[in-house]
Ligand binder design. Structure first.
Ligand SMILES: Nc1ccn([C@@H]2O[C@H](COP(=O)(O)OP(=O)(O)OP(=O)(O)O)[C@@H](O)[C@H]2O)c(=O)n1
Length: 365
């Protein structure tokens, strides 16, 4: 007969509930079980190296309690032990921060062997154990949590910052994939204090290693601009990249495999600031023209105008006038002028570019 096993809620769900924040993802850890027991209950295994199972109904993640031993470089070089005698404490000990190493059993009782509740109360990010340095991604995670919880007044424990600097000095950051770096960066850009992400990386001596191309000037005016509540993550990225020369920015975007919507806006913004021009994507144009309310449903062009307005302290020419002008520039109106074929296409492009230039003229130096 199978042994009974225990299930605990862990990680972000417990932390966020204690901070009275909404909880979206639930991660569970299971002790005293072997994979077959969970499979018999309809759980589906998803991770091979780290045994993680999906709940048959709610699809939440259940991981077998585990201990790892680092054998190689980076995040992947682990030998993993997930035998059923691994205790909850042993599992929690290998987690990144004390505030992420609090578990809750099925009765709602908190199990907190590393005093995560105290650190939550004192607003401190503190590593749990020296296993922290075995995963270089944690430098980015701490920087991202620092941005997300900045308004709560969190600080990084000096001994944890020392470990982050140790990771940076080890060269292990170079083992992180572009996808993992982007994932953390994108989450940081979703917070209003995204500049904190970069200042923490700088303090950890990781900024030059992770984003050597970025020319980032951490001053109050940048922070004030980033604090605008209505900014989208892509707009924040464009603002953070404003001092990076266009050529270098293009290289950075290629290296980190930046998604198009972030890349285009940041490159267009920088091009304007350098008084260069990148031809506007015609699809973006059409979208903008056809959207009923450009503010409610921001299109790339509108996002660009907003960013340029903030960075240059100027206002664009009357938008409504631009919309009317551009709406009037369509194939039918140009055909009336006797244009057709390639000539018509070219004229259409030119007329739209002229109208765009006129609207954006206040931003051109
Ligand atoms: N490199 C990592 C990644 C994750 N964890 C542990 O796994 C938990 C779940 O990870 P994840 O879902 O990535 O992050 P959350 O802490 O839940 O935070 P959020 O989902 O809000 O980003 C973390 O709380 C932490 O205990 C860790 O120790 N080291």
């Amino acid at each position: 007969m199978s042994q009974p096993y225990q299930v605990y809620l862990v990680g972000g769900a417990v932390r966020d509930a204690l901070l009275e924040l909404p909880v979206i993802d639930h991660d569970w850890v299971v002790t005293g079980a072997i994979p077959e027991q969970l499979e018999q209950q309809g759980f589906q295994q998803v991770g091979k190296q780290f045994p993680v199972f999906l709940h048959p109904k709610n699809k939440e993640e259940y991981a077998l309690a585990r201990k790892e031993k680092k054998q190689g470089e980076g995040y992947t070089g682990f030998i993993c032990d997930f035998s059923p005698d691994i205790s909850l404490e042993e599992d929690l000990e290998r987690r990144d921060l004390t505030i992420n190493a609090i578990a809750q059993d099925e009765n709602g009782t908190l199990i907190d062997p590393f005093n995560g509740q105290k650190d939550l109360h004192d607003r401190v990010f503190r590593h749990v154990s020296n296993a922290f340095i075995e995963d270089p991604l944690r430098v980015l995670r701490v920087a991202r949590f620092a941005a997300r919880f900045h308004h709560f007044g969190f600080t990084i424990a000096p001994e944890t910052m020392l470990l982050m600097q140790t990771i940076s000095a080890s060269g292990e950051l170079s083992t992180l994939s572009a996808e993992r770096i982007w994932k953390e960066l994108e989450k940081a850009l979703n917070t209003q204090d995204s500049n904190v992400f970069f200042s923490v990386l700088k303090d950890a001596n990781a900024l030059d290693k992770l984003f050597p191309e970025l020319v980032w000037k951490n001053n109050q005016s940048l922070v004030d601009i980033l604090q605008q509540v209505t900014l989208t993550p892509a707009q924040r990225w464009a603002i953070l990249c404003k001092d990076t020369p266009l050529e270098t920015l293009i290289q950075l975007h290629q290296r980190i495999r930046c998604p198009n919507q972030f890349k285009v806006l940041a490159e267009q913004t920088r091009a304007f600031l350098e008084n260069q021009r990148i031809p506007m994507d015609s699809v973006a144009w059409e979208n903008w023209l056809t959207s009923v309310n450009a503010i409610k449903k921001p299109q790339p062009f509108v996002l660009l105008i907003e960013v340029l307005s903030l960075l240059t302290n100027s206002k664009p020419q009357d938008w409504q006038l631009l919309r009317t002008t551009i709406a009037a520039i369509n194939a039918a109106s140009l055909m009336k002028l006797g244009l057709s074929g390639a000539e018509l296409g070219q004229a259409l492009k030119q007329a739209r570019a002229d109208a765009l230039d006129k609207t954006l003229s206040p931003f051109v130096r």
